[in-house]
Write a protein that binds this ligand. Structure first.
Ligand code: PGA
Length: 252
C-alpha cells in the first residue's frame, strides 16, 4: 500500500509571520490525517521558520529547488546541506515553472536528484507536458523523456527514495484540472517507465502525486483513482482552510 502524500507548493508566497501562523492553523488537520503524509514547500526565506513551527507535528517541510553542489560560487543558489540545516526533509525538483523560468533541463534535474538523495533529502520530481505537446499527441513521449533524463543512473534503491509529481503544465494555475482518468493514464504510464527502468516492486511502491488546479472540490475524485497517490497543490495550498480540507479529503 502506498501512503498518500498531500503537499502544498507555496511558490513565491508568504512572509515569515504568515508562514508561522499558517503552520499553526494547519496542525490540527495534519494531526487528524493518519491516512496521509503532509508536506509544505515554502520559499527559501521561510524554510527555517516553517520547520521550527512544524517541530513536533507531522507537517514536513520541502524546499522548491536545490543546487547539485555541496557549496561553491553559485550566486543565488542553495545547497542540499543548507536545506537539511534549515529543517527540510523533502525538495521539489524540476517543477515546470523552474523549467520555464530558469531553463532547467532534464540533465539539471538529474544532477539535483542525485545530490538531494546523497544528502538524505526526499526528492519530489516533477514531470508534465504542455498544452501543445498534449494536443500534438506527444504526452507520453515527453513524460518518457523527462523520466529517463531526470532519473538516469539512479540505482533501484535510490529510486525507491524518490516520489514523483505528474503536473500537466496546462493544468497549473489555470483552474483547468486533468480529469481523474487523464491523470491516472499518465500515472500508469510513468509507473510502467519505473517498472522497466528499476523493477516491479520499485514501480509498485513509487508514489506519484498529481498536481494542477487541485482544490477541495476535486481532490476526492482524483484520490479515488488507485493510480493517484497524492496531490501537489499550488494555489489552494495557500489558505489554511482549503489546504486542511484537501489534507482531510472525503474518503470511504
Ligand atoms: P496549482 O499549482 O495547484 O496552483 O495549479 C500546482 C503546482 O504548480 O504545483
Amino acid at each position: 500500500m502506498r501512503k498518500p502524500v498531500i503537499a502544498g507548493n507555496w511558490k513565491m508566497y508568504k512572509t515569515l509571520a504568515e508562514t508561522a501562523s499558517f503552520i499553526e492553523k494547519i496542525k490540527p488537520a495534519a494531526e487528524k490525517a493518519d491516512h496521509c503524509e503532509v508536506v509544505v514547500a515554502p520559499p527559501f526565506t521561510a524554510l527555517a521558520a516553517a520547520a521550527q513551527a512544524a517541530r513536533g507535528s507531522k507537517v514536513k517541510v520541502a524546499a522548491q529547488d536545490v543546487h547539485w553542489d555541496k557549496e561553491g560560487a553559485h550566486t543565488g543558489d542553495i545547497a542540499p546541506g543548507m536545506l537539511l540545516d534549515a529543517g527540510c526533509t523533502h525538495v521539489i525538483i524540476g517543477h515546470s515553472e523552474r523549467r520555464q523560468d530558469h531553463g532547467e533541463t532534464d540533465e539539471n534535474v538529474n544532477r539535483k536528484v542525485k545530490a538531494a538523495l546523497k544528502a538524505g533529502l526526499i526528492p519530489i520530481v516533477c514531470v508534465g507536458e504542455t498544452l501543445a505537446e498534449r494536443e500534438g499527441g506527444r504526452t507520453q513521449e515527453v513524460l518518457a523523456c523527462q523520466f529517463q533524463g531526470g532519473l538516469a543512473g539512479l540505482t533501484p534503491s535510490e529510486f525507491s527514495r524518490i516520489m514523483m509529481a505528474y503536473e500537466p503544465v496546462w493544468a497549473i494555475g489555470t483552474g483547468r484540472t486533468a480529469t481523474p482518468e487523464m491523470a491516472a493514464e499518465s500515472h500508469r504510464f510513468l509507473r510502467e517507465q519505473a517498472r522497466k527502468a528499476f523493477g516491479a516492486s520499485e514501480a509498485e511502491a513509487l508514489r506519484i502525486l498529481y498536481g494542477g488546479s487541485v482544490k477541495p472540490e476535486n481532490v476526492a475524485a482524483l484520490m479515488a483513482q488507485g493510480e493517484i497517490d497524492g496531490a501537489l497543490v499550488g494555489g489552494a495550498s495557500l489558505k489554511a482552510e482549503s489546504f486542511s480540507a484537501i489534507v482531510n479529503y472525503p474518503r470511504d
